[in-house]
Write a protein that binds this ligand. Sequence first.
Ligand SMILES: Cc1ncc(COP(=O)(O)O)c(C=O)c1O
Length: 401
Amino acid sequence: MSKVISKFVPAQRVTEMSLSSTLAVMQKADTLKRAGKDVIDLGAGEPDFNTPEHIKQAAHLAIDENFTRYTPTAGTKEVKDAIINYIASETSTRYEPSEVVVSAGGKQTIFNALLTLINPGDEVLLPAPYWVTFPEVVTLAEAKSIVIDTEPTNFQLTAEQVKASISPRTKLLILNSPSNPSGRIVSPTEFKAIAELAVEHNFFILSDECYYKFVYPPHKTFSAASLSKELRTNILICGSLSKTYAMTGWRLGYALGAKEWISEMVKVQSHSTSNPSSIGQRAAIAALSSPQNTVEEMLAEYKKRRDYLIPALNSISGIECVEPEGAFYAFPNIKKIIENNSQVKTSDQLAEYLIDQAYVALTAGSAFGSEGYLRISYATSLETLKQGVERISACVEKLIK
Ligand SMILES: Cc1ncc(COP(=O)(O)O)c(C=O)c1O
């Protein structure tokens, strides 16, 4: 039989996208693990904790009660109420049910948000380092990412930096505080000044609050929901249960914003995934409505790991790492290692070297728009982190010798 050759040619909008590089690292680590290698995985942006028992119980009950059918696209009244009450208790702002949509993960809300707002040729402001998905969705929406380099301010975004990037084509600014990958937060004062710019220059803000709860003292949690009604008119909040409640596999996220924007997002979702999982919605109600001790416990554990990891990284020659204020990532500067090195000259090459030589999986800063850095996830046990640091240190020593 002659060989069948596929005539499939991908659409241009897809050829301009690339596979999530964080998922690519996970895949490589997985392949090595399956081959029996002892891989230290510092690549995954995924809590190592199990979903708390009371949340799992609510899901079991949903199945037992046959709560297994389609629900309204935007989520049941009960899950919307749970989100509204949760945000009200955190910020004292009470959203209306028409201002809420529940989706299959924060990623879907971001996808829906951009596809319903952006026209081809629009500009989207993207502070770098950025989460890998943001520029890809901008590309899919046929818009242009305008990257704001925050390296000069140690990754702390300022209103001044935003102002300098605004043009008549600016349609949206994507904020992610605490940030994946830098762990930096946008201070409430700066956030407010940026929100004022959005009103003045007539653009929108997507506030990705996926790591909202993971902020280390003395810093405090901050949600755009706590801003004044006037400032909030241009802001869409995207939230997720994935990290806060160790529910990555459940796929539950939500958006809060102007009902006009939300209803368009619901329209798009009604023709793609429809409602998020009915069982997941019941689990989300339990997560958001119960005492939040498990979140506090996870935060305390992440803090312990951060407090070990940052000094340990800074003690490796050639590595400099600023202390993250939130989330669970370290973003060390590795420029002194790659500058003038004969073997590794980029963050990609260093990440590749570390997985090949030491079986340590982590992500290159280039994936986040910041060359010269690595992203290390500390959503893993202290023991694993210690082994990872030892291996990185030994590898780097060899490289710069
Ligand atoms: C910054 C940021 N936003 C959103 C998400 C989406 O999370 P999910 O789709 O699991 O809710 C992630 C996940 O890694 C993230 O890091």
